[in-house]
Design a protein around this ligand. Structure first.
Ligand SMILES: [Cu+2]
Length: 213
Protein backbone atom coordinates (compact mmCIF):
# COMPACT_ATOMS: atom_id res chain seq x y z
CA UNK A 1 0.00 0.00 0.00
CA UNK A 2 2.74 2.44 0.97
CA UNK A 3 4.83 1.77 -2.13
CA UNK A 4 2.00 2.62 -4.55
CA UNK A 5 0.57 5.96 -5.53
CA UNK A 6 -1.02 7.72 -2.55
CA UNK A 7 -4.73 7.15 -2.35
CA UNK A 8 -6.48 9.61 -4.64
CA UNK A 9 -9.18 10.54 -2.16
CA UNK A 10 -6.73 11.16 0.67
CA UNK A 11 -4.58 13.28 -1.65
CA UNK A 12 -7.39 15.48 -2.85
CA UNK A 13 -8.78 15.89 0.64
CA UNK A 14 -5.37 17.02 1.90
CA UNK A 15 -4.98 19.47 -0.97
CA UNK A 16 -8.37 20.96 -0.30
CA UNK A 17 -7.54 21.33 3.37
CA UNK A 18 -4.37 23.31 2.70
CA UNK A 19 -5.32 25.28 -0.41
CA UNK A 20 -5.94 28.57 1.38
CA UNK A 21 -5.47 31.48 -1.00
CA UNK A 22 -4.45 34.93 0.28
CA UNK A 23 -3.18 33.71 3.64
CA UNK A 24 -2.32 36.59 5.97
CA UNK A 25 1.04 34.91 6.69
CA UNK A 26 2.15 35.35 3.11
CA UNK A 27 1.47 32.55 0.70
CA UNK A 28 -0.74 29.52 0.96
CA UNK A 29 0.47 26.44 2.84
CA UNK A 30 1.24 24.31 -0.23
CA UNK A 31 3.77 26.95 -1.32
CA UNK A 32 5.56 26.79 2.01
CA UNK A 33 5.56 23.00 2.26
CA UNK A 34 8.21 21.29 0.20
CA UNK A 35 7.57 18.03 -1.64
CA UNK A 36 9.08 15.77 1.02
CA UNK A 37 6.95 17.22 3.78
CA UNK A 38 3.82 16.76 1.69
CA UNK A 39 4.78 13.16 0.95
CA UNK A 40 5.42 12.41 4.62
CA UNK A 41 2.07 13.86 5.56
CA UNK A 42 0.32 11.69 2.97
CA UNK A 43 2.14 8.53 4.03
CA UNK A 44 1.32 9.27 7.65
CA UNK A 45 -2.37 9.71 6.82
CA UNK A 46 -2.45 6.47 4.83
CA UNK A 47 -0.67 4.61 7.63
CA UNK A 48 -3.05 5.85 10.31
CA UNK A 49 -6.08 4.97 8.19
CA UNK A 50 -4.88 1.39 7.72
CA UNK A 51 -3.69 0.87 11.30
CA UNK A 52 -6.78 2.12 13.12
CA UNK A 53 -9.10 -0.90 12.55
CA UNK A 54 -6.37 -3.35 13.63
CA UNK A 55 -5.78 -1.46 16.88
CA UNK A 56 -9.50 -1.31 17.62
CA UNK A 57 -9.81 -5.08 17.19
CA UNK A 58 -6.93 -5.84 19.55
CA UNK A 59 -8.56 -4.06 22.44
CA UNK A 60 -12.08 -5.34 23.00
CA UNK A 61 -13.82 -2.83 25.21
CA UNK A 62 -15.98 -4.01 28.07
CA UNK A 63 -19.13 -1.99 28.59
CA UNK A 64 -21.57 -2.32 31.49
CA UNK A 65 -24.40 -4.54 30.32
CA UNK A 66 -22.07 -6.79 28.34
CA UNK A 67 -20.83 -10.09 29.73
CA UNK A 68 -17.45 -11.73 30.07
CA UNK A 69 -16.01 -15.18 30.60
CA UNK A 70 -12.58 -16.34 31.78
CA UNK A 71 -11.21 -19.59 30.32
CA UNK A 72 -9.55 -22.20 32.53
CA UNK A 73 -7.65 -25.22 31.29
CA UNK A 74 -7.84 -28.69 32.83
CA UNK A 75 -5.10 -27.74 35.31
CA UNK A 76 -7.26 -24.87 36.50
CA UNK A 77 -4.97 -22.22 34.98
CA UNK A 78 -6.38 -19.10 33.30
CA UNK A 79 -5.66 -19.27 29.56
CA UNK A 80 -7.93 -16.64 28.03
CA UNK A 81 -11.11 -14.60 28.10
CA UNK A 82 -14.19 -13.67 26.11
CA UNK A 83 -16.43 -10.64 25.78
CA UNK A 84 -20.11 -11.16 25.01
CA UNK A 85 -22.28 -8.38 23.62
CA UNK A 86 -26.06 -8.65 23.63
CA UNK A 87 -27.70 -7.32 20.46
CA UNK A 88 -31.33 -7.21 19.25
CA UNK A 89 -30.48 -10.19 17.00
CA UNK A 90 -28.36 -12.47 19.17
CA UNK A 91 -25.06 -12.41 21.01
CA UNK A 92 -21.66 -11.43 19.60
CA UNK A 93 -18.81 -13.37 21.20
CA UNK A 94 -15.14 -12.39 21.00
CA UNK A 95 -12.72 -14.85 22.55
CA UNK A 96 -8.94 -15.04 22.86
CA UNK A 97 -7.52 -18.25 24.30
CA UNK A 98 -3.87 -19.36 24.47
CA UNK A 99 -1.96 -22.60 25.05
CA UNK A 100 -4.24 -24.80 22.98
CA UNK A 101 -3.17 -27.50 20.49
CA UNK A 102 -3.11 -26.20 16.87
CA UNK A 103 -5.97 -27.19 14.59
CA UNK A 104 -9.78 -27.05 14.55
CA UNK A 105 -11.76 -27.18 17.79
CA UNK A 106 -15.43 -27.45 18.66
CA UNK A 107 -16.64 -24.26 20.38
CA UNK A 108 -20.04 -24.25 22.11
CA UNK A 109 -22.18 -22.66 24.77
CA UNK A 110 -22.92 -25.29 27.40
CA UNK A 111 -25.99 -25.36 29.62
CA UNK A 112 -24.50 -24.92 33.11
CA UNK A 113 -22.28 -22.10 34.35
CA UNK A 114 -19.85 -24.35 36.22
CA UNK A 115 -16.29 -25.10 35.14
CA UNK A 116 -14.81 -27.76 37.41
CA UNK A 117 -11.36 -28.56 36.00
CA UNK A 118 -10.85 -31.66 38.12
CA UNK A 119 -13.88 -33.30 36.51
CA UNK A 120 -12.83 -32.46 32.95
CA UNK A 121 -15.50 -29.71 32.84
CA UNK A 122 -18.35 -32.23 32.75
CA UNK A 123 -19.90 -29.83 35.29
CA UNK A 124 -20.83 -27.54 32.37
CA UNK A 125 -23.41 -30.12 31.23
CA UNK A 126 -24.49 -30.60 27.63
CA UNK A 127 -24.93 -27.94 24.97
CA UNK A 128 -27.30 -25.12 25.82
CA UNK A 129 -30.53 -26.31 24.19
CA UNK A 130 -33.64 -24.60 25.60
CA UNK A 131 -35.74 -25.52 22.54
CA UNK A 132 -35.02 -29.27 22.59
CA UNK A 133 -33.33 -29.21 19.17
CA UNK A 134 -31.00 -31.82 17.66
CA UNK A 135 -27.27 -31.13 17.63
CA UNK A 136 -25.56 -29.82 14.51
CA UNK A 137 -25.95 -27.60 11.47
CA UNK A 138 -26.22 -30.59 9.10
CA UNK A 139 -29.10 -32.25 10.93
CA UNK A 140 -32.79 -31.70 10.38
CA UNK A 141 -34.24 -30.28 13.58
CA UNK A 142 -30.91 -28.70 14.54
CA UNK A 143 -29.00 -26.90 15.80
CA UNK A 144 -28.78 -26.49 19.55
CA UNK A 145 -28.91 -22.82 20.54
CA UNK A 146 -25.39 -23.29 21.94
CA UNK A 147 -23.95 -24.74 18.71
CA UNK A 148 -21.34 -22.54 17.05
CA UNK A 149 -18.82 -22.97 14.20
CA UNK A 150 -15.48 -24.69 14.85
CA UNK A 151 -12.58 -22.38 15.66
CA UNK A 152 -8.98 -22.81 14.54
CA UNK A 153 -5.96 -22.59 16.81
CA UNK A 154 -2.79 -21.41 15.05
CA UNK A 155 0.72 -22.86 15.38
CA UNK A 156 1.28 -20.37 18.20
CA UNK A 157 -1.44 -22.08 20.26
CA UNK A 158 -3.78 -19.08 20.04
CA UNK A 159 -7.46 -19.09 19.21
CA UNK A 160 -8.91 -15.72 18.27
CA UNK A 161 -12.61 -16.09 17.67
CA UNK A 162 -15.32 -13.65 16.72
CA UNK A 163 -18.65 -15.46 16.52
CA UNK A 164 -22.22 -14.25 16.26
CA UNK A 165 -24.78 -16.60 17.80
CA UNK A 166 -28.31 -15.65 16.65
CA UNK A 167 -30.00 -18.32 18.82
CA UNK A 168 -29.22 -16.97 22.29
CA UNK A 169 -29.78 -13.73 24.19
CA UNK A 170 -29.22 -12.10 27.58
CA UNK A 171 -32.98 -12.23 28.21
CA UNK A 172 -36.10 -14.19 27.20
CA UNK A 173 -36.51 -17.91 26.54
CA UNK A 174 -32.98 -18.48 25.26
CA UNK A 175 -31.21 -16.41 27.91
CA UNK A 176 -27.64 -17.28 28.83
CA UNK A 177 -28.51 -16.18 32.39
CA UNK A 178 -31.08 -18.79 33.38
CA UNK A 179 -31.01 -20.24 36.91
CA UNK A 180 -27.85 -22.32 36.45
CA UNK A 181 -26.11 -19.97 34.00
CA UNK A 182 -24.06 -21.11 31.04
CA UNK A 183 -20.44 -21.60 29.94
CA UNK A 184 -18.23 -21.44 26.85
CA UNK A 185 -16.35 -24.67 26.09
CA UNK A 186 -13.44 -25.40 23.73
CA UNK A 187 -13.17 -29.09 22.76
CA UNK A 188 -10.15 -31.21 21.83
CA UNK A 189 -11.24 -31.83 18.23
CA UNK A 190 -13.60 -30.45 15.60
CA UNK A 191 -17.38 -30.67 15.83
CA UNK A 192 -18.62 -32.77 12.86
CA UNK A 193 -21.92 -30.81 12.99
CA UNK A 194 -23.97 -34.02 12.89
CA UNK A 195 -23.10 -36.60 15.59
CA UNK A 196 -25.51 -36.66 18.56
CA UNK A 197 -25.46 -35.29 21.14
CA UNK A 198 -22.36 -33.12 20.76
CA UNK A 199 -20.67 -33.46 17.37
CA UNK A 200 -17.99 -35.97 18.51
CA UNK A 201 -15.78 -33.03 19.46
CA UNK A 202 -13.91 -34.94 22.19
CA UNK A 203 -12.66 -33.80 25.56
CA UNK A 204 -13.32 -30.38 27.00
CA UNK A 205 -9.98 -28.55 27.01
CA UNK A 206 -11.09 -25.15 28.24
CA UNK A 207 -14.18 -23.81 30.00
CA UNK A 208 -15.38 -20.29 30.87
CA UNK A 209 -18.37 -19.36 33.03
CA UNK A 210 -20.36 -16.54 31.38
CA UNK A 211 -20.86 -13.65 33.82
CA UNK A 212 -22.56 -10.29 33.52
CA UNK A 213 -20.24 -7.29 33.81
CU1 LIG B 1 -19.33 -28.47 23.58
Amino acid sequence: MLSGTPDKEVGSRTERMYAVPDSPHGGSLPNRMNGTMMKQLLLCTVFLASAAPALAQQQPTSTPGDARAVFKNRDGQTIGSATLINTPNGVLIRAEVSNLPPGPHGFHIHETGQCDASGGFESAGGHYNPDGQQHGYFIEGGPHAGDMPNQTVGQDGKMMAQVFNPNVSFEGDATLFDDDGSALVVHATADDYRSQPSGAAGDRLACAVIERN
